[in-house]
Design a protein around this ligand. Structure first.
Ligand SMILES: [Zn+2]
Length: 489
């Protein structure tokens, strides 16, 4: 599934939020998960109930201190940053840097010593419409799901080529290019290898462009190393047009940028284990990104401030992160983990991701545990228990296989994660409206990834509830004697 139109950049192929199943199936799953959570309450042993009550007590002063008004101060600051810098806080803009400055300054004012970690990557920017045509024949239509529709593949090279198209089966091996004429455009169908490898093989054979066809799904190439324009024709069998002259123009630029993650330790700075919580500080191009994800960033910022104000102590280290370039390709969080020494990685007991906490037509969702990662069920249960304790209904959402978030790099190295969010570009169902109110059929966030994702759209009530849930989950995990052992059991 692609992100809605109107985002004039290629990031639209890779920016995936925790996308919910909006089918009836998904609905059924939610209900049963919800039911389980309720049932579990009745099955708790006295010990478990005592533990839950203790955890609630331990988080109560922080939850009291973290208010929607406090979080809104930061949301308004991020809105001002966007207003003053071209109405967006996307990667590659001065507003991103200004967002970093705001987070750093605010943490410093609260007495922290945040770390600013630089992240370098290639930023692809769409300049305008791209073109693909057969000379004297078909003119293909960009991003239209018709027989002659095409798209520029994510992380394609930029520039143009006019050359003879030559069909190549799969392109998985140099041998498939043995009779390929250097300078031609390779017409490549699907094959049993990564499409990036097929592009690299085509480049090695001297191809001046690559046109994929008959692929089962959208593809995104690896972020570096592709120098030629790469397009994907959705339906038409362009392999049949081998020998015709094609012209392709990928109207984009690719520039190196350096941005920053902000990382800060709170609570017990020298704890044996680390409980991490993060949010992404970038928006998509063309959007101020206040719900997505100014809300997660601002909630964490307010949690940090109030932890300092209250002098909250924890058994383990609380590490908060504001990550760069999530909307580009989950770059900041991946880079953070790559650069972290093994012994530091080994200290991380859990990662909590907070992305979209104040959707106007909200749902109150816990992202389903990934069954392959031990500990995620237990983290999800902390959220269920918390919402149940406050009599707040909740649903569970499963992530589609192509969803991407800052939780992914943690999951990739088996660190258990947990996420809550309030919904984006799927319509509210009747069942959801019964639980949460709001407008049936309207998207949970009608301004998702758009210019209208501004501070005035944020639902204050849900923002406070979700910020409190975040406070509670962070402290509950950080106050465990041995979170790694508890989550593994
Ligand atoms: Zn987001």
């Amino acid at each position: 599934m692609r992100v809605k139109g109107g985002v004039p950049r290629e990031v639209k192929n890779t920016q995936r939020e925790a996308q919910a199943k909006s089918s009836d199936n998904g609905g059924a799953q939610e209900d049963s998960a919800d039911g389980n959570a309720l049932q579990n309450i009745q099955e708790y042993s006295t010990d478990e109930t005592d533990e839950m009550e203790e955890a609630l007590m331990e988080s109560s002063s922080l939850r009291d201190a973290v208010s929607a008004d406090g979080v809104f101060v930061h949301l308004e600051a991020l809105q001002a940053v966007s207003d003053a810098n071209g109405d967006s806080r996307a990667s590659g803009t001065s507003a991103y840097d200004a967002s970093v400055d705001y987070v750093v300054r605010t943490l410093q004012e609260a007495g922290y010593d945040p770390e600013v970690q630089l992240v370098s990557f290639m930023l692809h920017t769409v300049l305008g419409p791209s073109e693909l045509a057969v000379e004297g024949g078909t003119i293909f239509l960009e991003d239209e799901l018709v027989e002659t529709g095409f798209t520029v593949v994510g992380n394609s090279g930029s520039g143009s080529s006019t050359a003879v198209g030559q069909s190549v089966e799969g392109g998985c091996d140099q041998s498939y290019f043995s009779d390929f004429v250097a300078g031609n455009i390779a017409l490549v169908n699907d094959g049993p290898c990564e499409r990036t490898d097929a592009v690299f093989n085509a480049q090695d054979a001297g191809a001046s462009g690559v046109i994929f066809y008959e692929l089962p799904d959208y593809v995104t190439l690896e972020p570096e190393g592709v120098d030629v324009p790469v397009m994907h024709v959705f339906i038409a069998d362009v392999g049949e047009l081998s020998g015709e002259t094609f012209s392709m123009i990928a109207n984009k630029t690719i520039v190196p940028v350096t941005e920053a993650n902000v990382i800060v330790d709170a609570g017990n700075i020298g704890g044996e284990q680390i409980v991490m919580a993060g949010a992404h500080l970038d928006s998509v191009p063309g959007s101020p990104g206040i719900n997505d994800d100014g809300t997660g960033c601002s909630a964490l910022l307010e949690i940090a401030i109030q932890m300092a104000n209250l002098g909250v102590t924890t058994k383990q280290t609380v590490r908060l992160a504001w990550f760069a370039a999530e909307e580009v390709a989950v770059i900041g969080s991946a880079d953070y983990l790559t650069g972290l020494p093994d012994e530091e990685v080994a200290r991380i007991a859990a990662y909590l991701n907070f992305d979209m906490m104040g959707s106007p037509n909200y749902i109150r969702a816990v992202v389903a545990a990934n069954l392959n990662i031990t500990g995620e069920d237990a983290i999800a249960q902390i959220f269920y228990d918390y919402f149940d304790s406050q009599n707040l209904p909740h649903v569970t959402l499963t992530m589609p296989s192509d969803a991407a978030s800052d939780a992914n790099p943690f999951q990739a190295i088996d660190i258990p994660t947990g996420s809550i969010f309030t919904g984006h570009e799927f319509p509210k169902t009747e069942a959801w409206a019964e639980l949460f109110g709001g407008t049936v059929g309207e998207h949970c966030d009608p301004c998702y990834h758009q210019a209208c994702d501004t501070v005035d759209k944020i639902n204050k009530e849900i923002l406070e509830e979700m910020s409190d849930a975040a406070s509670h989950a962070i402290l509950t995990l950080a106050n465990m004697e041995d979170p790694q052992a508890t989550l593994a059991s």
